[in-house]
Design a protein around this ligand. Structure first.
Ligand code: SF4
Length: 477
């Protein structure tokens, strides 16, 4: 039986679909489409009604669709170093015209990969084994090989069947069909890799770059001089957006976008807080899946409404004692960092086997920008995980660990995200010293599957489970 999906989840899926569909329509109509970093103040361009899409969300989707490696390799072949963040490599390859496509033969027929597809099952649900002793594949689920193509070369083909078929062979999922940019919006509150990444896209396409530079915060409070510096850049961004959109800045629309963004952020944070229930009505992995909405649509009223609907679903689940986590919750952990999108099943399997539910994540609530006025808005955008000092970072995480009642912490040392992973060893030390909970780290990557080893991950989870078990016994003792 197909898995039941709640009304809130369905509404959230539609919101993201609409963001991409609106951008494709805008492009087809000759209107400008922007590419934005995920923590750029969306309120600024929402005031102009511009269509904007998000390369980080796109890269996560491409990685989750198992095309991260081919796109990362494509960027490396263009000369971008393997040490650059995987999101940036995927995005730069895409911006250069590279696409993951279904392989065609000389007759323009798909070349099916014999290793793809799901096993066939009999009427009792048992896997059918063939004469070779291997499970028989269901031909309906088998897929063509993936190959890299260049969309600029395909666009240059003469009109006709070949061009049509080759363009149609590009993978149909929305992230592989994102329109090319006419302008880019970059805010380096996320990290400084972002700056070079967006500069490169702007240069490749010869398009305007709107940059908001957020200085690193060495103190917990955001200094007034930072606020003045960033507000000045907002004025400059507005002037650039006026030129791109051909419209004057509309104060009323801006206020509307701020109200929507606040409403979305508040509903999102309340959804995150449902992980505090014991047992939790869902897993942090569900939260990761909903991040697409808070990244791509937080300035839209539809996103706020969808999260409010999800809240109702969760309240109902708590009332009925239900959870979307498909196993009883024995241990609760905080998952630190961005998940390995290409390897979600590998991440989940050992957790499920040991009854470990992810009931706290750092990545998700970091998108909850809540403010009452312009200065507070600037201050909120200064507080991204990689732009705050270690004291603030530890305080945030320890607060989440306590509120969400975790027994341990699982840290993703993400090869892509060096600014994030760099201070994790010290953070791990402090979590154990301050909260008395064990931590375990594993090596991985958010987008490039070459940097993840399932066997290492499994042993680290096993170690964490043993330490949590011992901790529980010591407490009981
Ligand atoms: S914050 Fe990390 S994951 Fe995000 S763009 Fe920067 S390096 Fe990549």
């Amino acid at each position: 039986m197909a898995k039941q999906v709640s009304p809130g989840v369905l509404a959230l899926r539609k919101v993201v679909e609409d963001v991409y569909a609106d951008a494709r329509i805008a492009k087809a109509e000759g209107k400008p489409v922007g590419w934005s970093s995920s923590k750029f103040p969306c309120e600024l361009y929402e005031a102009f009604g511009l269509n904007v899409v998000y390369p980080e969300n796109q890269a996560a989707g491409i990685a989750a669709n198992r095309d991260g490696e081919i796109m990362c390799q494509a960027a490396e072949d263009l000369g971008f170093d393997n040490d650059i963040c995987g999101y940036a490599r995927i995005s730069l390859a895409y911006a250069a015209g590279k696409r993951a496509s279904r392989k065609l033969d000389e007759n323009l027929e798909y070349v099916i990969d014999p290793n793809s597809g799901k096993p066939m099952k009999d009427e009792n649900g048992k896997v059918i084994i063939g004469e070779d002793g291997k499970p028989v594949k269901d031909p309906k689920t088998m897929q063509p090989y993936t190959e890299l193509v260049d969309i600029n070369e395909l666009w240059a083909l003469p009109e006709g069947e070949e061009k049509e078929k080759r363009l149609a062979a590009i993978k149909p999922y929305r992230q592989m069909q994102m329109p090319m940019p006419d302008f880019v919006l970059c805010c380096n509150n996320i990290c400084n890799c972002m700056t070079k990444w967006y500069e490169n896209i702007a240069r490749m396409h010869n398009i305007p770059l709107i940059m908001i530079d957020v200085p690193y915060n060495n103190t917990v409070e955001v200094d007034d001089t930072y606020v003045a510096y960033i507000r000045g850049q907002f004025d400059n961004a507005i002037e650039q957006l006026e030129k791109i959109s051909g419209r004057k800045f509309d104060e009323k629309k801006f206020e509307e976008a701020c109200a929507n963004a606040n409403r979305t952020a508040q509903a999102w944070l309340r959804v995150c807080d449902y992980l505090q229930y014991k047992p939790a009505p869902y897993s942090g992995f569900d939260l990761f899946n909903h991040m697409a909405d808070v990244v791509t649509a937080r300035g839209r009223v539809a996103a706020a409404e969808a999260f409010e609907l999800l809240e109702q679903d969760l309240a109902e689940q708590v009332k009925n004692g239900e959870s979307t986590t498909p196993f009883p919750e024995k241990y609760r952990v905080m998952f630190e960092g961005i998940p390995c999108w290409p390897k979600l099943p590998d991440l989940f399997k050992p957790l499920k086997a040991n009854g470990v539910n992810v009931t706290a994540v750092v990545y998700a609530p970091a998108f909850g920008f809540v403010y009452n006025n312009m200065d507070e808005m600037v201050r909120a955008y200064c507080k991204a995980p990689n732009s705050v000092c270690i004291e603030q970072g530890v305080a945030w995480r320890e607060g989440i660990c306590k509120d969400n009642k975790v027994d341990g912490v699982l840290v993703h040392y993400n090869r892509s995200c060096k600014p994030w992973s760099g201070y994790m060893a010290e953070m791990q030390r402090r979590f154990t010293a301050d909260l008395g909970i064990p931590c375990a780290g594993f090596d991985g990557d958010q987008a490039d599957p070459r940097n993840f080893n399932a066997a290492q991950y499994e042993t680290r989870v096993q170690g964490l489970v043993e330490a949590m078990e011992q901790n529980a016994m010591n407490k009981e003792g």
